[in-house]
Design a protein around this ligand. Structure first.
Ligand code: SME
Length: 170
């Protein structure tokens, strides 16, 4: 049996290669598994293993009118974020990816890990419904660029059909 935890991704590869391999790894890691929580947990672990120079990555899930912390890798984080608040709540409300080169310059940024200097948040929309966001932080200023945006939006597109989002609503 193959080792399901093996991540055959070279974190030093060019971003185009890295994100292509990440998508393939995600699809194979989640294949045949229908447990939504397990799949998000593995997706966050995969990102954490594959992406260099990050200190936090994970999911906030839409529960009612607010975002609630989901599976992640990193330091303990704030649990509830109102729609429209912080980078996560703003990306969710706008349903658009936010790339923040300097978190200290983002009005209303919510500091969960004092090491974070830059951040990217990708909204998760499945069948027209907002389900949450993918949030990734880096200790390096301006760590994320257009290639990360494109790669992570593709990662979320691959993830969306592999997760039963309705099972995650408390
Ligand atoms: N910085 C985020 C909060 C979540 S932590 O980064 C994990 C925000 O401003 O929404």
């Amino acid at each position: 049996m193959s080792d399901v935890h093996a991540v055959e991704i070279d974190p030093s590869a060019p971003k185009s290669v890295l994100y292509r391999d990440l998508g393939a790894s995600l699809a194979s890691l989640l294949e045949g598994e229908s447990d939504a929580l397990a799949n998000l947990a593995n997706a966050s672990a995969l990102l954490s293993q594959a992406l260099p120079r990050i200190n936090w990555c994970g999911f906030y899930l839409l529960r009612g009118e607010e975002l609630v912390l989901g599976p992640f890798q990193g330091k303990p984080a704030c649990v509830r974020i109102a729609m429209g608040k912080g980078v996560c709540g703003t990306a969710a409300a706008r349903r658009e990816t936010l790339l923040v080169p300097d978190v200290n310059a983002f009005p209303g940024h919510i500091a969960c890990d004092a090491d974070s200097r830059s951040e990217i948040v990708v909204p998760i929309v499945a069948a027209g419904q907002l389900r949450g966001v993918l949030d990734i932080d880096s200790p390096e200023p301006a760590r994320f660029d257009a290639a990360d945006r494109e790669g992570l939006e593709r990662f979320v597109s691959t993830l969306v059909p592999l997760v039963r989002w309705s099972a995650l609503i408390a």
